[in-house]
Design a protein around this ligand. Sequence first.
Ligand SMILES: [Mn+2]
Length: 445
Amino acid sequence: MLREMLLAGSDAPADICAVRRERLQRRLGRGALVLYGGESRVRSADTEYRFRPDSDFYYLTGLAEPGAVLVLRGHAAPHFVLFVRPRDRSAEIWNGRRTGPEGALAHYGADVAHPLDQLREQLPRLLDGADEVVLPVGRWSQLDAMVLRALDQLRRRNRWGETPPEVLRDSRVMLGEDRMVKDAGALACLRRAIDISADAHLAAMAMTRPGVKEYEIEARLEYEFRRRGAAAPGYGSIVGSGDNATILHYVDNAGTLRDGELLLIDAGAEVELFTADITRTFPVSGRFTPAQKAMYEVVATANAAGIAKATVGSDIDAIHMTCLRILCEGMRELGLLAADPDTAIESEAYKRYYMHRTSHWLGADVHDAGQYTLERTPRPLQPGYVLTIEPGLYVAADDAEAPAELRGCGIRIEDDVLVRESGPEVLTARVPKTVDELEALVGRG
Ligand SMILES: [Mn+2]
């Protein structure tokens, strides 16, 4: 699908994974990268979850098969080596098709491919002469052990001229740096994921009315995701009505929508591992109460100001502080806090109603790879970064100090934003969020 999407685009390279490997090889210098594609996970007894490959591995190979290992060598040819499960007629009848070493060469562009059981024997040879080994240290204990054993073997064979790498480096920093700036392939997937998610949110708004169950909304969202070819939700869909919306990671989705309450939906589709991350909040009945509307406008103002701040050279802390100040002013106007914004920020009194940060990187993981600070200072935004802007306000149902009409209200408005030289692009702009738009759409399906 990735290939089709790229070919349908302008002049994007046909094999984006090859371009990524070339780019990474330059970062590697004379080092060697070893990545594991991940394994199937048991759901219960002997049934498994659908396999979802490791994001870094898939980013570089496009191969989604359990057990595969990638060795990318900067120091010598062959540069791109894959280890995969061998073809096996019986196993494939039970558990699905396998690529096999032949397929790894023919379809994934490997220079050399081996059956997985040769990894132990081949790895020392492949790491010989590299100046460092780059791997996700501590992520997969078997991979760690395999690499350490290979290094030990090279050390013991030094008299024969073999040379072990001296440095172990964590791959997640290097891959994270590469994944920070979204390339043509990443952006094509993100735009597709967001497009599907936008339609899903519109469909959910249209069917919202009192008496509907949260899980019916969840099913409608995820029906749209799958109908349009997305692999799955990129994270557990949150469909929280009434005070369920004040639980940040609410995924039970078991409640009933009631007249007079708000509904918060945080859901996004995943396409080729890239996921949308969109939150909208609107009234179950299609009409905000005056108090709900006042609270909603505070969050909407923060969301707009946060987006405006997502410019080259700005940073996630600056966006957070911009939103936080507006939310604190709003909390005072709404009667939630008595303190002025400076005092509320200083004392952290605002955390009673706004307990999370405003942004995270978005990409092949919903909370994407890439460091947030460089040398302990917030990382300046660069063209090609994608982040969320998601201010919110949450008033617990039993908060006796809050105005009665706001108790049990949770509001979050989340957009996905691409940083560009010419200013922020709101990738999620198609999902309605003004009071007027929402009141016109909700329940009209
Ligand atoms: Mn988010």
